[in-house]
Design a protein around this ligand. Sequence first.
Ligand code: GRG
Length: 296
Amino acid sequence: MNFSEERNKRTAYIESILQRYLPPAEGYQKIIMEAMEYSLMAGGKRLRPMLMWETFRLFGGQGRKIEPFMAAIEMIHTYSLVHDDLPAMDNDEYRRGRKTTHIVYGEDMGILAGDALLNYAFETACSAFDDEETDPVQAGRALQILARKAGIYGMIGGQVVDVKESGHAVSGETLDFIYRLKTSALIESSMMIGAVLAGADKDQVSAMEKIGEKIGLAFQIQDDILDVTGNEEDLGKPVHSDEKNEKTTYVTWKGLEKAREDVARMTEEAVKELRRFDAPDDFLEQLLVSLVGRKK
Ligand code: GRG
């Protein structure tokens, strides 16, 4: 398999889904649809819907019933980036290689575009109930996972502690809490929802949650590493933003070398867990491994 060719194909497939689920830009509120499209279609790795799709395939899922959830997870992820870039949070002007949403549309529309993407994500996921192919119990379970992992016991909870603990040193335990919620939770939910909609059982869904947690931690530590060692051109966003925001990160806590070792170790552990399942091909494994040395 040519991994990068396969990855490009999947990225194009995901972008076609996003485009299809975006609301048409019309009506008096047209500007909000434009701001939603601006942020959602700005590129990005599309990692979360890709993980969802691959986990769906891992458990023998077929057909298109997963698509509204793939769109929904990327909308939620994008809203979190739009809000994270706002002046009240990280106050960043560039993301995914272009001006941030609030710079282009103003702070008011930046806030509303984030809100709109979050709400529209749930409207989109709920459209699964209109699809005759989808088991409504599975769709309900998937929605429950999405809501929980994006909320105060997931991504928002992690962001709250991250914001409150900026500007001073934090313990390793607090950092671990932030990373598990802020970053791992959405990745866990991607894999869990893929499994649920493919008809996986409880133990299988919980195995995906554990793999997602490890991948999320490795992904966040790599993000910390890139903030120190990466460049703006590759990343499409400013570097040294953790230093600017006086954040304790895994790199400031453990040092660069240990951080690199731990990204590789956590990824290896996740891949080992994954090998217990009979994958249709090795794309998912290669995807996880590719995240270790990623430059963006
Ligand atoms: C504002 C509620 C709220 C939450 C914000 C996700 C987040 C919490 C903030 C974004 C900044 C950040 C460093 C988040 C950690 C997760 C992470 C590394 C996000 C970047 O994800 P990528 O690299 O982005 O997948 P692309 O652009 O490729 O989609």
